[in-house]
Structure formats: C-alpha cells, structure tokens
Write a new protein. Structure first.
Length: 306
C-alpha cells in the first residue's frame, strides 16, 4: 500500500495551523499506518514549533516538524519534500480545513484515473462581519471546477492537491526557487509536468474550506493579487527555454484588450454602484497584469519571514 505524506507549509499562523492539522487527524477511510504529517515552518525563528509539538501529542500517525528559515513558499515546500517519505504527497494550506473524507476522496480519484496529480475544490468562507463585496471575496479565494470527477486538460494550484512523487521532475526539490517572492511555483511545476505528459484529474468530493486571513479580505489585496495572477501567462512564456517571445507578445496584446474593455465596464459598474463591480475591476487588473509583467511591475506576496 502506498505511503502518503500530508504536507502543511505555514508561516506565523498558529491558529490556522492547528485547525488544518486537526482536520488531517480526523480523516476517515484511510489506514493511519500509511500516513504521516509534515509541517514546514517558514519563519526565521521556529515559531510554529510549540504548536507542532502540542499537536504531535495526540497525532494518530507520525508528525514531522521541519524548520525552513529561508524565505519563500518554494523553499518551504522543497524542505518538506526532503523530509517526506510518502509515495503520494497531499498538500493542505495553513488557512484550510479538510472534511473527514477529503484524503480518501483524493486517493480514490488518483487510483481511479491513474492520475499524477489530483485537484479538489476550495470553498472560501468570510467572517460574518464582511458585508461589502462578500460574494466576490469568497469567490476570489475559492476554487471551482467541473461538477463531475474526471481527467483535466488544465491544472490548478498546490493547495488541496495530491501528487504522485514518481511523476515529479525532481522528487526532492521540484518547486522553482526563483518563484519564492512572486509565487506561481506550483503553476510552473504543473506546467512542466503537463508538457511532459502528466495526467491531471479533478475530484469534486475532495473539497476543503478556506478561511482567508482578515487582512486579505479587501479589494486592495485581491485586485493587486489579480494583477499578479494576470502576469502569469506572459511571464511563463518569457521564462520558457528558449523564451517564447511570440507567446509574450500575444498575451500582452490580449491584456491590452482585456484591460481596456473590462476597465471601461468596471468604471460604468462603479458609477452605478452595481453589485458585481468588483468582479469587473478584477478582470481589468488581470488584463493589465498580462501587459505589465516584467521587473518593476512584479508584486511580492511571498518570501518574507521578517
């Protein structure tokens, strides 16, 4: 029977880490003897160690604490991979909570579709005090996909995923360190895997809750993040070997059109105080990101531990 590592990277979120880890302890339909939990603390000081030590007291399977002081989510995930013993690696973020059947659903889909990576839905929940733009904010932090389980022709992010280790281009350090400060290291990895013929699958039953930190539940954060997401296609083409200059030009042209059209619509929606005005601003920001994707326009969301 395959051994499974569940990995939770964390940075200064002790309460969220505790919720995520305890949800992992409550998984059903999976033999605990095949499981281990790896917690990766990506803080300069080992701030998550006391939480991990407390959690380990009641863990139904081995809990491995890893301290990675070098800033960056790619560094954190690679440090966890170096200590993980699993043939399959399940990723859960430290602001997520997994229902009891989450892991069993991922494993069943992996076996059913012989998948190299399985993704599941993410359902964001905002605190009750968030009223303005609530629907938009919850959708922004959620992940939606097909209604039925099946093979995918695309990939999603790393949170709420199950990866077959043997399918990774590098089984120990698969995440690109150059993405530590801007994110997208998982998109880059899955893009390379897809180009190499990896098999992606979707399982709607393998869903998790996400509780975004309150400081992120604002348009100032989400629109900046939308801009950064928009930069992805252009920057991926630029980072290809050799660089895909035609691809960069195509995405930049698409971005100009999107920023112009969606921006005009966002302005109209804002003047009329339409309920969906934030959605259009988000789309315009993503278009703008495709056009302004290089050096000085990069926004740093990750890679800070101080």
């Amino acid at each position: 029977m395959a051994r499974v590592t569940i990995m939770i990277p964390t940075q200064r979120r002790p309460d969220g880490l505790a919720v995520a880890a305890r949800s992992v302890f409550g998984q059903v339909g999976v033999d605990p003897a095949t499981l281990e939990l790896v917690i990766v603390d990506n803080d300069q000081v080992p701030s998550a160690r006391p939480v991990a030590e407390d959690l380990a007291k009641n863990a139904p399977f081995p809990l491995i604490y890893v301290h990675e002081p070098k800033a960056g989510v790619a560094n954190a995930r690679n440090a966890g991979m170096a200590k993980a013993s699993g043939d399959l690696i399940a990723f859960l973020d430290d602001d997520e909570e997994a229902p009891a059947g989450w892991l069993a659903a991922l494993l069943a889909a992996q076996d059913r579709f012989d998948a190299d990576v399985v993704f599941g839905p993410v359902k964001a929940r905002a605190p009750a005090q968030i009223v303005e733009h609530r629907d938009y904010l919850e959708r922004f932090f959620s992940r939606e996909g097909p209604a039925e389980a099946g093979i995918l022709d695309r990939h999603y992010g790393c949170g709420d995923s199950l990866i077959r280790r043997a399918a990774l281009p590098d089984p120990v350090s698969p995440f690109a360190a150059e993405r530590n400060h801007i994110g997208g290291e998982d998109d880059m990895l899955f893009g390379h895997m897809g180009a190499a013929g990896a098999r992606f699958a979707w399982e709607p039953a393998a869903w998790v809750w996400e509780d975004p930190v309150p400081s992120r539940l604002s348009l100032s954060y989400t629109i900046a993040r939308a801009f950064a997401y928009g930069q992805g296609p252009s920057s991926h083409c630029a980072a290809a070997t050799p660089p895909d200059r035609l691809g960069v030009a195509r995405w930049m042209a698409i971005g100009v059109v999107q920023a112009t059209l969606f921006g005009a619509m966002a302005g109209f929606k804002w003047l009329t105080r339409a309920k969906d005005r934030a959605e259009w601003l988000d789309r315009a920001a993503r278009g703008l990101g495709k056009t302004f994707w290089w050096g000085p326009f990069k926004i740093q969301f990750y890679g800070r531990t101080a």
